[in-house]
Design a protein. Structure first.
Length: 88
């Protein structure tokens, strides 16, 4: 079974394409291409969904490998800016 075909749910859906962008620009390009081709798009980070939200039949974009940086931390304001692959 392909890792991107399942998550923590009981569902299994094989994606047409899996992308692991290494930079925000690549994430944007992949998203634009999928949208212009009218392909289903699923963003995936931890893959811990119990309801199947982390899997899809079109393009699965896995941001958990490279887009995991904390960009800014402002403790006095209780705010953190992160890339989309950061999980708690």
């Amino acid at each position: 079974m392909h890792k991107m075909a399942s998550d923590a749910s009981v569902f299994e859906i094989w994606p047409d394409k899996v992308s692991t962008p290494q930079a925000i620009g690549q994430l944007l390009e992949t998203t634009r291409n999928a949208l212009s081709a009218h392909l289903p798009l699923t963003l995936r980070a931890g893959g811990t969904s119990l309801g199947g939200q982390a899997i899809g039949s079109g393009v699965v974009i896995d941001v958990s490998r490279h887009l995991t940086h904390i960009l800014d931390y402002r403790p006095d304001e209780f705010e953190v800016d992160v890339e989309p692959g950061v999980i708690q």
